[in-house]
Design a protein around this ligand. Sequence first.
Ligand SMILES: NC(=O)c1ccc[n+]([C@@H]2O[C@H](COP(=O)([O-])OP(=O)(O)OC[C@H]3O[C@@H](n4cnc5c(N)ncnc54)[C@H](OP(=O)(O)O)[C@@H]3O)[C@@H](O)[C@H]2O)c1
Length: 303
Amino acid sequence: MAIAIVFAEYGDPEVLHPIDIDPPTPAAGQVRVRVKAAGVNPVDAKLRRGDFAAVMPADFPSRIGNEYAGIIDQIGDEVTGFAAGDQVLGSATGQCYAEYVVADASDVVRKPATMPWTVAAGLPAVGQTAHTALRQIAVRAGDTVLIHAAAGGVGTIAIQLAHLSGATVIGTASERNHDYLRSLGATPVVYGEGLIERVHALAPAGVDAALDAIGGEGITASLALVPDRHRIGTLVDAEAPKTYGIQRVGGRSTAALRELVTLYEHGSLQLPIHATFPLTEAHHAHREVQTGHVRGKVVLTMP
Ligand SMILES: NC(=O)c1ccc[n+]([C@@H]2O[C@H](COP(=O)([O-])OP(=O)(O)OC[C@H]3O[C@@H](n4cnc5c(N)ncnc54)[C@H](OP(=O)(O)O)[C@@H]3O)[C@@H](O)[C@H]2O)c1
């Protein structure tokens, strides 16, 4: 048997609880991974709370968790290029708070020996999201880019990728995260009233693109500062793209994840781990994420 975390009703973090499951069997084209760590994302808390119940009702008891790092222990038919014992990471929707996951081999990425399990587990969702989002808003050398909620998981990766691409990066965060943003390559700015004026003072020639990971002010400030609406991307507001003609951005790409892992291996990317919790304390991890003030990532570790 193996442990998996589920919720059997919507509610507070305490609805998360462990159950025993039969370890899954990989189908053709899949591998089974013995999980060493699993990343926790705001979307997990939103799902558990029932925020998507109207459009995507949960099938209770519902598994949870979209990213993992671990060791392959079974290989399905027709899988080439991987073997039992390989250390890997990747995305696998709605199953990763567990001791085992199955994943399509085509979505699995090798973990470098130098990458800790916690970093490997925390990278797939925020990494792929940041990477695809910056592509969608066409960030390139010479741009000035505004990143909202820049100290969070997505922002942490987005700052570094935008900086590496040769852009000048301005990131919003509370004061206590300003040295952190500087260390990643961004000029920090406090969010809240007066944000537009503060960014304008930092970038008198204008802002070319913006990535919103907070909504509200993230949208209004971006609209005021970025002339080309197609170069404003939101990760959180489903309505703003229809209302203002900005882009709904994000998405997965295994090629992007491979690129991010290579950057990490070469010392060009970092992902600080804000906190770790044992798998069976997933509710504590959700409480931490729900503060809205995580720096980097929260990760679950296996017994
Ligand atoms: N994680 C993903 O892969 C993913 C994918 C698609 C969409 N999204 C969505 O994108 C959003 C961000 O995700 P995330 O994983 O980066 O979240 P996160 O790590 O939980 O973000 C936390 C950060 O938000 C900052 N913050 C809090 N209030 C703020 C405000 N009013 N203005 C600006 N920054 C503020 C905090 O900075 P301070 O502590 O300095 O306040 C903190 O560092 C979430 O709504 C998430 O659902 C995430």
